[in-house]
Design a protein around this ligand. Structure first.
Ligand code: NAD
Length: 290
C-alpha cells in the first residue's frame, strides 16, 4: 500500500519503519523534523495524504488528531482509510470518524498496547473500532505492525477498550505495589510473596509479567532503576481519558478515580515524572498509613 504516516515520535517511527521494511511505500510527516531512516518526508500533513491508500496517525492527543484530520481529509482519495493508532478520548475518535465517513473515507480507531518495544518488534496489539470492511482492509497493516488485532465494534470502541484495559492496569499496579510494601512491613520475604501471589488468586499481569519489585520475577523496569517501560505520565494520560469517558456515560468508577488521583500526585507533586509506572512500589515503601 501507499501510506501517509503522520506523527513519527517514539511509537510512530518504528511502526513506519516496519511498514517500510515490508515494502509498503511510506511518506511521513511530523511537526518536528524526524531522523528519516529511509522514509521520505512530506512538507505538511495535507501533502502526506495525497493519493495514498491509508493515512496512519500516531499523535499525542484528541485535539491534535482532530486538527490533523481537518488537514488531511480533503486531500484523501475516496475509499482510502484513516487509521488512527494514537490513544485519544472516545469522543474525538467518534467525531473524526463522522467527518471521515462524510467524505467517503473509511475511519478506523486502533490504539495499541505493547509500548515502544512492541512498536519496534512489530508485536503490538491493536484494539480496533470501525466497520467490518475497515477492519478487513487494515488487517494486512496490523499484521506488519503487530501480533494481534481485535475488532471491538463500531468507531470509538477501540479507544473504549484501550482505556478500560489501562484503568485495570493502573489500579492493579497500585494494589500490587501497596501489597508488596505492606508485606515488607509484615516481615514477608518478597520472593515468597511473589511465589505465592503469582500462583494464587491475587495473580495479575502486573505481578506475573511486570513485577514491580527489583530482582523478583521476570526482568522488568524495576530491574533497571524504574526507567520506563511505560512512563507514569502516560498512565496519568490514560487514566484521565478513562475518567473523561466515565463522566461522558455516567459510569461509577471509584477505583479508576482513585488510581488517577494517586498517579497524578505521583507525577505532579512527588518524584514520579519520567519513572516507570511500577515505581509506585518505592513510593509506597517510603510512606506510612497516615
Ligand atoms: P511522541 O510524543 O513520541 O510522538 C508523537 C509525535 O507526534 C511527535 O513526534 C510530535 O512531534 C508529533 N506531532 C504532534 N503534533 C503533530 C501534528 N500536528 N502533525 C504532525 N505530527 C505531530 O508520543 P508516542 O510515545 O509516540 O505516543 C504516540 C501515541 O501513542 C500517544 O497517543 C500515546 O498515548 C500512544 N501510546 C504510547 C505508548 C508508549 O509507550 N509510548 C504506548 C501505547 C500508546
Amino acid at each position: 500500500m501507499k501510506i501517509g504516516f503522520i506523527g513519527l515520535g517514539n511509537m510512530g517511527k518504528p511502526m513506519a519503519l516496519n511498514l517500510l521494511k515490508d515494502r509498503h511505500e511510506v511518506i511521513g510527516f511530523d511537526t518536528v523534523s524526524a531522523n528519516l531512516d529511509g522514509i521520505s518526508m512530506a512538507t505538511s500533513a495535507a501533502e502526506a495524504a495525497i493519493g495514498v491508500d491509508c493515512v496512519i496517525t500516531m499523535l499525542p492527543n484528541g485535539v491534535i488528531l482532530q486538527s490533523v484530520a481537518d488537514q488531511v481529509l480533503n486531500n484523501m482519495t475516496k475509499g482510502a482509510m484513516l487509521l488512527d493508532c494514537s490513544t485519544v478520548d472516545v469522543e474525538s475518535a467518534r467525531h473524526v470518524a463522522k467527518l471521515a465517513e462524510a467524505k467517503g473515507i473509511i475511519p478506523i480507531d486502533a490504539p495499541v498496547s505493547g509500548g515502544i518495544g512492541g512498536a519496534s518488534a512489530g508485536t503490538l496489539t491493536f484494539m480496533v473500532g470501525g466497520s467490518e470492511e475497515g477492519f478487513t482492509k487494515a488487517k494486512a497493516l496490523f499484521e506488519v505492525m503487530g501480533q494481534k488485532a481485535v475488532h471491538c465494534g463500531p468507531s470509538g470502541n477501540g479507544q473504549a477498550a484501550k482505556i478500560c484495559n489501562n484503568m485495570i492496569l493502573g489500579a492493579t499496579m497500585i494494589v500490587t505495589c501497596e501489597a508488596f510494601a505492606m508485606a515488607d512491613k509484615l516481615g514477608l520475604n518478597r520472593q515468597a510473596m511473589f511465589d505465592v501471589v503469582s500462583t494464587s488468586s491475587g495473580y495479575s499481569w502486573t505481578m506475573n509479567n511486570y513485577c514491580p519489585a527489583p530482582g523478583i520475577g521476570p526482568t522488568s523496569p524495576s530491574d533497571n532503576e524504574y526507567k520506563p517501560g511505560f512512563a507514569s505520565e502516560l498512565m496519568v494520560k490514560d487514566l484521565q481519558l478513562s475518567q473523561k469517558a466515565a463522566e461522558l456515560v455516567d459510569a461509577d468508577t471509584p477505583i479508576g478515580q482513585m488510581a488517577l488521583k494517586l498517579y497524578e500526585e505521583f507525577v505532579f507533586d512527588e518524584d514520579g515524572d519520567g519513572k516507570d509506572f511500577s515505581a509506585m512500589l518505592p513510593r509506597f515503601e517510603k510512606r506510612s498509613r497516615y
